[in-house]
Write a protein that binds this ligand. Sequence first.
Ligand code: SF4
Length: 422
Amino acid sequence: MKTYTVEDLTITLDKEGAEQYIKISYPIRYGIFSEIKTPDYTFQFNLNGEIKTIQGRGEGWLDASEWLKRTVGNDWAYFSAGGYTGAHDFIGEYYVPCLSYDTNAVLFSDRFNGPDVKDAFNAWHRLRDRLARLDLSALEPELAGFLGRVSETGPDHLEKRAREFHDIIGGEVSVLPPDARHVEYDVIPVIVADGCLYNCGFCRVKSGNRFTLRPTENIIDQIQALNAFYGQDLINYNSIFMGQHDALFAGKEILEFAARHAYEGLAIDQSKMKAPRLFLFGSVDSILAADEDLFDMLNRLPFYTYINLGLESADADTFKAIEKPLTPKKVKKAFDRMMAVNHSYSDIEVTANFIYGADLPETHLPSIIDLTRNHLDHFHSKGTIYVSPLENIGSKEKMRHEFTEFKKLCRLPCYIYLIQRL
Ligand code: SF4
């Protein structure tokens, strides 16, 4: 790490943050990054010189406890403290990542239309303009190189990089599993299959395509191209999202092939971040089709694996209303399988989603309570339940109240699902 002073800027190259993702009630940064402090803001950059976070240094908005963070897909998230206790009770984290697109207005208001966020972005643009006017030839080459990259890497370049990223994996990741919160959504996606099994009527994130496996050559190509794309910053990643909507249905061979190639090809063992994680989605049919060999294989991988199942409900009228071809009996079987896998495998956690919406039948919520409370004889710490808000949740206060009541009854950890794309 080296620190320089240029006019009123304090510049630190290769600053080291935490090496393990932790849940803590003050802001923390991970991995290695570079930083420019102005009197009013702290700007942090990844090892490719691309803006990563912006945090205010003064009183009030974007003060010491909240910040903006940019994703590889070039979305900005506002990490809000949201009243520490409230945030932690609702989403299991001390900070709520509020996205600049309209999916997660359930708990916190839209921060992006306020003047403070606009001021922060303007301050970043002013910094880049200022660096472009600096005489870099008088500076140490390493510092000059970094400042040159920062001044050149503006919104157009970052948009282009996001398009390149999406071209590599064959499109956007419309939604990440909720468990990706454990690594602050810092995952590298490797797509093993597109589409899904059900193409449900209610779903806002589906592609509409039927489930199709990617050829192994395509998986290898993605990994090689992603290695080059992340470049210097690869060292800051230790987690993989295996996409898209039902990677579990890809089966043991493809999952093992992709996970082991990703581990090697993306140099996960050399990552600055410890404790690698693998995230994927599953479905009722894919977990019922998965045998012990598949879970044995996942348990032996050099990752801790999270599998997130879209169960949605345990009520026949609700399945009819949301046009999902499932039955309560099948969901109960999948739920039992989830609990059995969580009990048997030390390095796998299967979690499940249930929907919440104002227009759902009255039998919906009782059906979930029956499954996650009456069906279990004690509290289990593995098998988190995520409540996923639909477009129409009705009154926010009612939803918060019903969620809190459900959380009290549920015999599994329970949080709200925040939709994050990549
Ligand atoms: S809920 Fe899951 S299975 Fe249904 S359409 Fe959406 S992605 Fe596909």
